[in-house]
Design a protein around this ligand. Structure first.
Ligand code: CTP
Ligand code: MG
Length: 228
């Protein structure tokens, strides 16, 4: 009975536009991956990192002090998570999947997700209320306005984050059922099985660092004393 955290770090970081893959981009002098591993380490009995195939050695150097295992990621996030899942030790019964890009996620959020899974909620995601009104639109040609299809009730929308936590067997079943998919979130695969997914309160600090501006925001938080 133990908790494994898969830290996904195999993306290229196209939108960040840094010379290195995003997980290796520095934030206050340390790579995003190191911040993420620090946040995850308090809850994790086992850590697995997915890294870009061309950067395994650098990833192993960063992961070593945390006792984390590094595996090559895949062409999309779902494939990377599947590769990480295959490397989770047999005794882990709870598996969390976490984006290295959410580098400043507080350890309290990891604790809350594990507690919810342990209390019998077999698939748990952190979520925040949405501040903007969200429109569903039709696909449109380049430069063309998009036609609005629907306006979901904002009060019932949640912007979901990671870590997403699962009973291990359920997460394995969800990935096995969609072997070649490109889902951006693991809970969606569980929903596709017809199983229930639960939302616990997320955290603003679990921001996914996507653009250079996000990196500046995160640096400002660290300067102001925010710690994972
Ligand atoms: N990820 C991964 N393997 C991939 C793609 C993404 O492990 N093939 C990871 C990223 O490293 C990141 C998380 O999934 O921690 C969320 O992805 P995203 O924020 O989109 O990161 P990137 O794909 O690196 O960024 P971009 O989409 O801008 O290229
Ligand atoms: Mg991406």
């Amino acid at each position: 009975m133990s908790v494994a955290v898969i830290v996904t770090a195999a993306g290229s970081g196209t939108r960040l536009g840094h010379a290195l893959p995003k997980a290796f981009a520095p934030l206050a002098g340390e790579p995003l991956l190191v911040h993420a591993l620090r946040g995850a380490s308090s809850v994790a009995d086992h850590l697995v990192v997915t890294a870009p195939a061309g950067h395994l050695r650098e990833a192993r150097t960063l992961a070593e002090p945390f006792g984390a295992v590094v595996v090559p990621g895949g062409d999309n996030r779902q494939a990377s998570v599947a590769a990480g899942l295959a490397a989770v030790p047999a005794d882990a019964d709870v598996v969390l999947v976490h984006d290295a890009a959410r580098a400043l996620t507080p350890s309290a959020l990891f604790d809350a997700v594990v507690a919810a899974v342990r209390s019998g909620h077999r698939a748990v995601v952190p979520g925040l209320a949405v501040v903007d009104t969200v429109k569903e639109v039709e696909p449109a040609g380049p430069g063309q306005p998009e036609r609005v299809r629907a306006t979901p009730d904002r009060a019932r929308l949640r912007a979901v984050q990671t870590p997403q936590g699962f009973e291990r067997a359920l997460l394995e079943r969800a990935h096995a059922a969609a072997p070649d998919g490109s889902a951006s979130d693991d809970a969606g695969l569980v929903e596709a099985l017809g199983e229930t997914v639960w939302v616990v309160p997320g955290s603003a600090e679990a921001l996914k660092i996507t653009t250079a501006r996000d990196l500046e925001v995160a640096a400002g938080w660290l300067a102001a004393g925010v710690r994972p």
